[in-house]
Design a protein around this ligand. Structure first.
Ligand code: ZN
Length: 623
């Protein structure tokens, strides 16, 4: 006899071992129909898992993150099955789930027309209602089964010698896979292949370029349509496309992954930085700036060399090894060490807009969102143990203030100790408890990511949601007991003894460049007035009105309103069309009537006529 406790705290008793799917059937037909996988004592498990001991069971559907993952992963298998039916010579690599769907990497070439064929075949496989079975093989039999799939052979050979090797089979198709999977292909009611791209095997450009086919799937056609509409909108708003069209930034072959900011983009960046400085000053931060190149010895001492060297750029100066900073922390710590500190000076909040360089494989780069060089809006807070909770709460409030300004909703995740980490169990427990209690006292909901913390401490991540309901991880707050010890940091306590401070690492925007990328897509390039690189464009109807237009321009410019003027001898309709493509908040049209009445005509969300003084007053209020 064993007990299964369910999410609603009810308990089911069983005498004989049985599968999670059978338990779902006993609860209700509709749960069995919608079940995708389950959490057993918090661990994701396949519905086919046999239970025989007491445990906590949560059966998951498409509406749960892990449930959706199993559903999407099954759709990836359907994709691979369809490809094998149509193109038997194509070799299979891997097919994981993504944030909103799945992909599968194939060794073979496909055209866009092929995608239509493949999608049609996938729909056939769904109609065939193929049951999906699980089985395990020993290494030798697994290698034999996959003998025509060289990538699978490599994957099997990379598994530990004693690993059980698991497979899933649907109809004639079998794939090496750890699961979990749903029970039958028939549940994938709505699917779509969304794009095709090149991808290196293992993401390494030394390896062969494979073809990656992306797709997504839903339980209902209406959900798929909603999703596809959002994708269309996201394409229109792609920050790389808008970055070009609005002259914000560019990335050139001369510096892969390292953006060049053009005048409009730099203006936007400076506005964000000005705002950042203003709110940090108001919140008791001091600003510092530390060198970009620091000695290898420093990185060894900080632990970055051991844990992070594969992402670091290095250089040699006077026969000594240096590294270009991937993080600002050691620099901030050296600044702390330049002075003696008393407990009365703490908390010490040192902000730094530090440019960091982190190597990422070329396949992972994506405009401003994933770059090799970016500005972190970093700060390090040095404090006594008693100050931890209140400081964490202050940072939470600051992040909330910033995200609200841009109209972002957000959710919070707490990441705990990873495998590859420094420090004692007690320190990790204490640090994790401090973060948790700050969140609980702020009445904030949060999700726990086990094992996802930094190597030196647990962290709180802020995932903001943009206007297309996509989420982006931006702000983080990390608590760190390790680095202050490694660098022997000190302050003199009230007891006149030396103590080691505790550190917070935190960012609000995260990377300023990436935040700009998110803002571009969030606003679709139509920035609010205070943020718009060009706020006003003046368009005289003909040359006759150029001098009046120039006066208007000079007056706006004197009032620090970011203004452009278009005095070309083009038709006014043409000038207006061009200016609206630039998504400038206000266009001012100057013609006969405006000159005679000493006014301006403004085109914006609505059109109106006003005096220059009135217009300036209104804009300055929006700054
Ligand atoms: Zn740091």
């Amino acid at each position: 006899m064993f007990n299964i406790s369910l999410k609603d705290n009810s308990v089911m008793q069983f005498d004989e071992p049985l599968s999670i799917f059978d338990i779902a059937l006993k609860i209700s037909d509709s749960l069995a129909r919608n079940a995708c996988c389950a959490l057993v004592n918090g661990q994701p498990k396949d519905l086919r898992t046999i239970l025989s001991n007491d445990c906590k069971l949560e059966i998951l559907t498409f509406n749960d993150e892990w449930g959706r993952a199993a559903f999407h992963h099954t759709t990836a298998h359907i994709l691979a099955q369809a490809v094998k039916r149509l193109f038997p010579d194509v070799k299979l690599a891997i097919g994981p789930k993504t944030a909103d769907g799945f992909y599968y990497d194939f060794d073979g070439q496909f055209s866009l027309e092929d995608l239509d064929l493949i999608e049609a075949e996938m729909k056939k496989i769904v109609k065939e209602s193929l049951p999906i079975d699980y089985f395990e093989l020993d290494r030798q039999k697994a290698l034999e089964l996959m003998k025509n799939e060289p990538y699978k052979i490599e994957l099997i050979n990379n598994l530990p010698m004693d690993a059980k090797i698991s497979f899933y089979r649907q109809g004639e198709f079998t794939d090496l896979c750890a699961g979990p999977h749903i029970m039958n292909t028939k549940f994938v009611k709505a699917l779509k292949l969304t794009s095709i791209a090149g991808a290196y095997w293992h993401g390494d450009e030394k390896n062969k370029m494979l073809t990656r086919i992306y797709g997504t799937s839903f339980t209902k056609a209406t959900d798929l349509n909603d999703y596809l509409e959002k994708i269309e909108e996201a394409k229109k708003r792609d920050h790389r496309k808008l970055g070009r069209e609005l002259d914000l930034f560019t990335i050139l072959d001369e510096a892969p992954g390292m953006p060049f900011f053009l005048p409009n983009g730099q203006t936007l960046k400076n506005i964000l930085i000005d705002y950042w400085r203003k709110i940090h000053k108001a919140n008791g931060y001091k600003e510092i700036s530390t060198p970009m190149i620091l000695s290898k010895d420093l990185w060894i001492r900080s632990g970055h060399w051991e844990h992070y060297k594969n992402n670091m750029y290095t250089t040699i100066i006077d026969e000594q090894d240096f590294a270009i900073k991937p993080m600002n922390c050691p620099g901030g710590i050296l600044v702390y060490k330049t002075q003696l500190h008393s407990y009365k000076d703490l908390p010490l909040r040192l902000g730094e807009l530090g440019i960091v360089h982190r190597y990422g494989k070329s396949g992972t780069l994506h405009g401003l969102m994933r770059a090799r060089c970016f500005t972190q809006d970093d700060a390090h807070i040095f404090m006594t143990p008693e100050q931890i909770k209140s400081e964490i709460k202050n940072v939470i409030d600051l992040i909330d203030e910033v995200y609200s300004l841009f109209g972002f909703k957000y959710h919070i995740e707490l990441s705990t100790r990873p495998k590859d980490s420094m420090g004692s169990d007690e320190q990790w427990a204490e640090a994790t408890a401090a973060l948790k209690s700050a969140l609980i006292e702020k009445n904030l909901e949060f999700k726990i990511n086990e094992g996802d913390g930094a190597f030196y401490g647990p962290k709180i991540d802020f995932h903001l949601e943009d206007s297309l309901s996509r989420t982006w991880q931006c702000g983080t707050i990390q608590l760190d007991f390790q680095l202050p010890e490694k660098f022997a940091l000190e302050y003199i306590g009230a007891d006149n003894e030396k103590h080691c401070p505790i550190m917070i690492h935190r960012v609000v925007f995260g990377s300023i460049e990436r935040f700009i990328g998110i803002l571009i897509e969030h606003y679709g390039g139509r920035f609010p007035v205070w943020l718009a690189p060009i706020q006003v464009k003046i368009l005289p109807i003909s040359e006759k009105f150029n001098s009046y237009a120039q006066n208007v321009f000079d007056t706006l410019n004197k009032n620090a309103i970011r203004t452009q003027i278009d005095m070309r001898a083009e038709k006014i309709g043409y000038k207006i069309r061009e200016a609206s493509l630039q998504k400038i908040p206000y266009l001012i049209i100057i013609g006969e009537k405006e000159v005679n009445t000493n006014q301006i005509s403004v085109r914006s969300h609505h059109n109106f006529t006003t005096t220059i003084d009135e217009f300036i007053k209104n804009i300055l209020q929006l700054q």
